[in-house]
Design a protein around this ligand. Structure first.
Ligand SMILES: Cc1ncc(COP(=O)(O)O)c(C=O)c1O
Length: 390
C-alpha cells in the first residue's frame, strides 16, 4: 500500500479465528452458560501457563484488582501506592476499598513506577503497592518486593498489559508473591471481549478472592444447579458479582492456545516499526528496559521530541487520523481527572509523567494487522515528521 492509497487502519481489531467461534458455539450448545466447567478449565490452563498456583477468572481486570486488595484486607484508613500513568481502573479500585491512592512518579526509561521514589511516600497508613507493568514493560519487581517486605506491604500487580512479559526471564504471574491481575478486554493480547484473571500462590487470598467474586457465597456454590450440586449455601462475606462465565472462558481457552502465534505477530510488527523509524531523530522508540527480558508488545508507544517539531502531539495524532490511521494515548495522567480532584494531586510532583504525557502516542499494533498496513503507518509517520520538523 502506498502513501496515496489511503485506507483506514483502526487502533485495534480483534483476532478471533474459527477455532474460538467453534468453541463458543460448542459451549452454547453444552447447556451450561454461567460459571462452570469451561471457566474451571481456563483457570487451570492459565495458572499452568504463567506458572502460578491459583488463577481465578473474573469479568474484568478491574474486578481482579478490586478483589485482590479486598482479599488482602485493604480498606478504609489505608493508603495504597501506584502511579498516575495508568488507567482509571487502577486507582478507582483502590478508592472503592475505602483506601486513599498515593501516586508515585514513573521512571523515564520504562514508564513504570520509579522504585527509587516509593519509600518517600510510605507512611504508617501505607498497606499496599499496585505496580503497573506499563505497555508490556516489567516493573522492577525485585526492588518492589524488597520494599514491600521491609515495610510489610501487600503487592497487587496490575498486569493488564503484561501477558507474555518476562521479568528477568520469568513470565509476569510466575510464582507471584502477591497477586497479579490480567485483562482480557477486547484490545488485550488475549481477548475474551471482557474478562480478567487474578493469579496468586497464596491459598488464603485465592480462597477469599473466589468467594468474594461470587457474591461472597460459600465455596463451590457456582455448582448448585449441577447434578451433584446442592442448593444450600452461606454468604460468608458481602461480596460482588465479578466472576468469569463459560462463554468468556471458551474464547480464553482457544486464545491461550494461540498466544504464542499471536505474540510472534506482535513481535514482527514491533520489529517493522523499529526498522522503519529508528533513523528518525524526532522520535524516541520503545525499548524493553534492562530487566524486561520479553516485552509483550501490548502497546507500541513512541515519544515525540516535540522540541524539534513544529507540531505538538495532538496535531500529530490528528494528521495521522486524516490519513486513516487510528492511534491512542496511554495515558492521560490520573491527576488531570476531575473525579480525583479532592486528592489535590499536583502535576509538578510528577515531572517524568508530565514529560511523557505531552509526547506519547500509541501506534496500532495487533496480530491481525498485515505487513502492508504496518508499512503504511511507518511511511505516514515518516512523512508527517519530515513535513513538520524544525
Ligand atoms: C493499566 C490498566 N489497568 C486496568 C485496566 C482495566 O482492565 P479491564 O478493562 O479488564 O477491567 C486497564 C484497561 O485497559 C488498564 O489499561
Amino acid at each position: 500500500m502506498s502513501l496515496k492509497e489511503k485506507k483506514y487502519i483502526p487502533f485495534y481489531r480483534p483476532d478471533i479465528s474459527d477455532a474460538e467461534i467453534e468453541e463458543v458455539i460448542a459451549t452454547l450448545k453444552s447447556g451450561w452458560l454461567a460459571k462452570g466447567p469451561k471457566t474451571i478449565e481456563f483457570e487451570e490452563k492459565f495458572a499452568q501457563f504463567v506458572g502460578a498456583k491459583h488463577a481465578i477468572g473474573m469479568n474484568s481486570c478491574t474486578a481482579a484488582l478490586h478483589i485482590s486488595l479486598l482479599a488482602a484486607g485493604i480498606g478504609a484508613g489505608d493508603e495504597v501506592i501506584t502511579t498516575p500513568m495508568t488507567f482509571a481502573a487502577t486507582v478507582n479500585t483502590i478508592i472503592h476499598t475505602g483506601a486513599k491512592p498515593v501516586l508515585v512518579d514513573i521512571e523515564s526509561e520504562s514508564g513504570c513506577i520509579d522504585v527509587n521514589k516509593i519509600e518517600e511516600k510510605i507512611t504508617k497508613k501505607t498497606k499496599a503497592i499496585v505496580p503497573v507493568h506499563y505497555g508490556g514493560q516489567a516493573c522492577d519487581l525485585d526492588r518492589i518486593y524488597e520494599i514491600a517486605d521491609k515495610y510489610g506491604l501487600f503487592v497487587s500487580e496490575d498486569a493488564t498489559h503484561a501477558l507474555y512479559t518476562r521479568y528477568k526471564g520469568r513470565l509476569i504471574g510466575n510464582k507471584p508473591k502477591g497477586t497479579v491481575s490480567f485483562s482480557f478486554y477486547a484490545t488485550k493480547n488475549l481477548c475474551t471481549g471482557e474478562g480478567g484473571m487474578l493469579v496468586t500462590d497464596n491459598d488464603e487470598i485465592a480462597e477469599k478472592a473466589r468467594v468474594l467474586s461470587l457474591h461472597g457465597m460459600s465455596k463451590n456454590a457456582w455448582n448448585r444447579y449441577a447434578k451433584g450440586g446442592t442448593w444450600k449455601y452461606d454468604i460468608e462475606y458481602v461480596g460482588f458479582k465479578y466472576n468469569m462465565f463459560d462463554l468468556q472462558a471458551a474464547l480464553g481457552i482457544v486464545q491461550l492456545k494461540r498466544i504464542e502465534e499471536m505474540q510472534k505477530k506482535r513481535e514482527r510488527i514491533a520489529q517493522i516499526y523499529e526498522e522503519g523509524l529508528k533513523d528518525m531523530e524526532e522520535i524516541e522508540l520503545p525499548k524493553a528496559c534492562t530487566f524486561t527480558t520479553q516485552h509483550s508488545w501490548h502497546l507500541y508507544i513512541i515519544k515525540l521530541k516535540i522540541e524539534n517539531l513544529k507540531i505538538n502531539r495532538d496535531e500529530f495524532i490528528d494528521l495521522l487520523k486524516e490519513r486513516g490511521i487510528g492511534t491512542s494515548v496511554h495515558f492521560i495522567p490520573l491527576y488531570y481527572m476531575s473525579a480525583y480532584k479532592d486528592y489535590n494531586f499536583n502535576p509538578k510532583d510528577f515531572p517524568n509523567t508530565e514529560d511523557w504525557w505531552k509526547r506519547i502516542v500509541s501506534l496500532p499494533l495487533y496480530p491481525t494487522m498485515c505487513e502492508d498496513e504496518v508499512v503504511y503507518v511507518v511511511e505516514n509517520v515518516r512523512d508527517i515528521i519530515k513535513k513538520h520538523r524544525k
